[in-house]
Design a protein around this ligand. Structure first.
Ligand code: ADP
Ligand code: ZN
Length: 615
């Protein structure tokens, strides 16, 4: 099969199994390289859809794929999701009883399994190695690949033994590695330690558009927390605290105020930790109050807020913890409650850290020094007068626009300036130039838009031939630059090696005459309002969510495994009442249509009927 045929099949799988109409940014490229048996290394933010990048090739490969995952809870979540879509996947871990373990092994030997999830420790056991030598392994995938590097957090020694494991397999499989957090230092380290062979590397960028970032300095944090929770009743959320003592206090206060909250920290018994975590996953409680011991392995996709009751120790940790909100792509909030005392507490923790008892004094000093520098940076973030998202992304080495419009700074200091006309002018100018086979970087494009009299343009006869020549004479160069940057950031223009070009999105924008707004700094703030259509659909959404809850309880699965909020929202928009229409809802594949279609469509039919009678 040629690669284009394979990609066609990959698209079919995406649709039929996972129920998604198209690939997201980065997924197509990664999948096509894997299908050509090339190693890949993908750095994609949480919620970007890394799983599908290896799951679709795994389904298509003839042999099995081993997925190495740091935590059993993470695996369980992935397994639930795969099995809900009818994909043969198992895990081997210490939580399985003998009977289930043997059953899983039999299936593996019979080559019925497409994806096998294990921790890196499992690779070291003789039994596992013997088993893998006897079956065909097409791919080894490393999830949370930053764990491989000692420069990444959560380092575990067994991660170093992945390469020796791969090398002793009868045939070298494709290796694919994924992470949401990797600085260049970590990325290089991971590639080397895994022995990736000329890997295809892809970074989709760290931005999470759906997350709202905020920093507050409340005089009374508990009061502020209660107020926030009043406004977010019945939404799932995490409250992070710096110390166990604070976790206890906050949990108690919340419970006393009538919230369904549980605690989580390393001082609790394994049993209680597990129970509390599950209560949160299965929506038996609304809030989990935790130290940073909580979270690795939490794939709950409908977390609506992450509050940091204290300033965390650095931006890496912060972004990862905050990133647990809104994995399903729907809007979610990330708030830090900052106080000067957080700085002291963090300093104390750094100076008294003894996580790694084995390291010598000199290394310990170096680590402390680095930790203090990082603490200084996050403190600056908490006090910055400017766009928070811009600051965060800059720290991770990414360029962005000045104002994102979706952080506490932007929402209080920015307004949405309409730039529809300017955007149309710019995009059509690029479009026309492209048709004349002319390709320019931003600087020259601005000169052309402003009608520069440079020889070069005269020579090309632009003033005569190009109707958009000088069309933005009245706009300042700075404004032009800002708007173009915004168009590139929102992908309404493409930029490759500095050259601007149009894409499908630009064409659609011109055709559909959409309005476009850009956040601008201003004295007055504009209140954010919800879309009217969303409010109207709320009733149906609640009915569908209730149905989902009933099914989830019956099947002992977290609700988001049945359908995510995004899927329910799409259902509200499309209101499908036939199998075909139901399949067109994002997140509905064959298996889920069969299992759940009738139940949900029954509700929609009823709802439609009532609406008709009301009108
Ligand atoms: P990550 O591992 O990168 O944090 P996941 O793989 O868990 O992200 O995906 C996040 C969510 O996005 C999941 O609910 C997943 O089903 C959904 N998703 C993934 N790919 C697509 C796609 N192409 N279209 C729509 N939703 C998708
Ligand atoms: Zn902002």
């Amino acid at each position: 099969m040629s690669i284009s045929e394979k990609m066609h099949e990959a698209e079919q799988q995406l649709k039929q199994i996972f129920g998604y109409a198209q690939f997201r940014k980065g997924q197509r490229e990664i999948i096509s390289h894997i299908l050509q048996k090339e190693d890949v290394f993908g750095i994609m933010p949480t919620g970007a859809g890394k799983s599908i990048c290896y799951q679709i090739p795994a389904i298509m490969f003839s042999g099995m794929t081993i997925v190495i995952s740091p935590l059993i809870s993470l695996m369980q979540d992935q397994l639930n999701a795969l099995q809900a879509n009818g994909i043969p996947a198992v895990c081997l871990n210490s939580m399985l009883d003998e009977e289930h373990y043997q059953e899983a092994c039999r299936k593996i030997y019979r080559q019925e399994i497409k994806l096998l999830y294990v921790t890196p420790e499992r690779l070291e056991t003789a039994h596992f190695r013997r088993m893998m030598a006897e079956i065909s392994v097409s791919m080894v995938t490393i999830d949370e690949a930053h764990c491989v590097s000692q420069w990444g957090h959560n380092f575990r020694q067994s991660y170093r033994n992945i390469l020796p494991f791969v090398e002793q397999l009868p045939e070298r499989p494709v290796i694919s590695a994924f992470t949401a957090t990797a600085t260049e230092e970590v990325a290089e380290d991971v590639k080397n330690l895994l022995g990736l062979r000329q890997p295809f590397c892809l970074t989709t960028g760290f931005n999470r558009e759906n997350l709202y970032f905020a920093v507050q300095q409340p005089r009374d944090k508990m009061q502020a927390l209660l107020q926030f929770l009043q406004k977010n009743r019945n939404q799932s959320g995490i409250v992070y605290c710096l110390s166990r003592k604070l976790v206890e206090q906050v949990t108690e206060n919340l419970q006393r105020a009538g919230f369904r909250a549980v605690r989580y920290h390393a001082g609790l018994s394994d049993k209680e930790r597990k129970e509390n975590q599950n209560a949160f996953l299965y929506d038996e409680v609304q809030i989990i109050v935790a130290t940073n011991a909580f979270g690795m392995g939490i794939d709950k996709s409908d977390v609506k807020f992450v509050i940091h009751y204290n300033m965390p120790k650095n931006l890496e940790n912060y972004y990862q913890e905050a990133g647990r909100a809104g994995r399903d792509g729907s809007p979610a909030e990330c708030v830090i409650f900052y106080a000067a005392s957080d700085l002291r507490l963090n300093r104390f923790l750094i100076e008294n850290a003894n996580e790694n008892a084995e390291i010598d004094e000199e290394v310990r000093k170096k680590i402390q020094q680095k930790d203090k520098e990082k603490l200084f940076i996050i403190q600056k973030y908490c006090q910055v007068q400017g766009c928070l998202r811009k600051n965060l992304l800059q720290y991770f080495g990414e360029k962005t626009v000045e104002y994102c419009g979706n952080c506490s700074y932007c929402r209080t200091n920015c307004w949405q300036k309409e730039i529809t006309i300017d955007a149309q002018k710019i995009i059509s100018c690029v479009y026309r130039l492209q048709r004349m086979n002319l390709h320019f970087p931003q600087k020259k494009l601005i000169e052309i838009l402003q009608g520069s009299e440079r020889e070069e343009y005269q020579h090309l006869q632009l003033p005569e031939k190009l109707s958009t020549y000088g069309i933005m004479k009245e706009t300042s160069e700075t404004d032009c630059r800002k708007i173009i940057a915004y168009l590139v950031q929102t992908e309404l223009l493409s930029e490759k090696e500095k050259i601007l070009s149009i894409n499908q999105k630009s064409v659609a924008f011109l055709k559909e005459k959409q309005k476009l707004f850009m956040p601008e700094i201003a004295v007055h703030s504009a209140p954010v309002t919800r879309k009217k259509s969303e409010i109207k659909e709320e009733k149906l959404f609640l009915l569908l969510a209730q149905c989902r809850k009933t099914i989830a309880e019956k099947e002992h699965l977290p609700a988001y495994i049945i359908f995510t909020d995004m899927t329910l929202r799409d259902m509200c928009r499309k209101k499908p009442v036939s199998d075909m229409a139901f399949l067109s809802v994002s997140g509905v594949g064959r298996v889920k249509l069969e299992k759940y279609g009738d139940a949900f469509m029954k509700i929609i039919r009823n709802y439609n009927y009532q609406q008709q009678n009301e009108n």
